[in-house]
Design a protein around this ligand. Structure first.
Ligand SMILES: [Zn+2]
Ligand SMILES: [Zn+2]
Length: 258
């Protein structure tokens, strides 16, 4: 009976027992019980060991090839965005393009109660790019900050939850190294050309960044303007290197967020 299953699933969620005979683990995205009980396939490292079934993992991790330096789609050969450009970061990784299942998953992860989905997305991001994250020799993971007023109104910040999940998956410390100086209009409400100006000087370093290799995490990026400003603030505070990771990249022209 569907209502019984639903009740059972909610009860399991609230008890937080996760792996338990009475509460078999359900995929945080589709709710299926598609976890291999013997191998544990589907259980990913992260806060609360998020469970993601193989079907959702494949759908959410699927992406076009990208340049690991700038995150733009890789057309083969040398990246046409990178040569001669002052870099906005020392490397950028994304889980997938902002479309279809990924868009739905990000929207649900941002809602109150979406923490398990955020942990699932963070765990998929870590798993997909484990080798590159290791090469980057990161010291600390930090979220793109949300202004305290907006955070108070929403009760949650997707970037915080994602950064926490990425830090746990990489077994690295999580620190909020940045603060917003001021509330800014949402990047996705502005034309591309106005986005860099909108976040200019919007951040300041608020924790110890000097000499550290920092990974900043956001949910969705388009122009990269927000991540670039975060990097500026961290470099001004003495960070040795600043890398960026986002769950989704809305490629320009595809019409979406920051
Ligand atoms: Zn699933
Ligand atoms: Zn590039």
């Amino acid at each position: 009976m569907a209502w019984f299953n639903l009740l059972g699933r909610e009860a399991c969620r609230w008890t937080g027992l996760g792996l338990d005979l009475l509460c078999p683990p359900h995929c945080v995205f589709c709710g299926s019980e598609a976890v291999d009980q013997e191998t544990g396939d589907g259980v990913l490292p992260g806060p609360g060991t998020p469970v993601v079934c193989a079907t959702c993992a494949a759908a959410l991790s699927h992406d076009v090839p990208r340049c690991p330096a700038c995150g733009e789609p890789d057309m083969g050969g040398a990246c046409r965005h990178c040569p001669g450009e002052a870099r906005d970061w020392d490397g950028m990784l994304v889980l997938a393009s902002y479309a279809d299942e990924v868009r739905d998953a990000v929207i649900l992860a941002k809602r109150p109660g979406g923490e398990a989905r955020a942990a699932g997305l963070a765990a998929l991001l870590v798993r997909k790019h484990a080798a590159t994250f290791a090469e980057w020799r990161i010291d600390v993971v930090s979220p793109v900050p949300m202004h305290w007023m907006r955070r108070a109104a929403r009760g949650t910040s997707a970037a915080d939850e994602l950064a926490r999940g990425v830090a746990a998956g990489l077994r690295l410390p999580y620190r909020r190294l940045l603060r917003r100086r001021r509330a800014t209009p949402m990047q996705n409400e502005l034309p591309f050309a106005a986005r860099r100006g909108n976040v200019r000087d919007a951040f300041r370093a608020a924790g110890r960044a000097a000499g550290r290799r920092v990974l900043i995490v956001d949910d969705v990026t388009t122009t990269g303007a927000t991540l670039a400003e975060c990097r500026r603030a961290l470099v001004a505070a003495g960070a040795a290197a600043v890398f960026a990771a986002a769950v989704a990249r809305a490629d320009r022209g595809a019409g979406s967020p920051s």
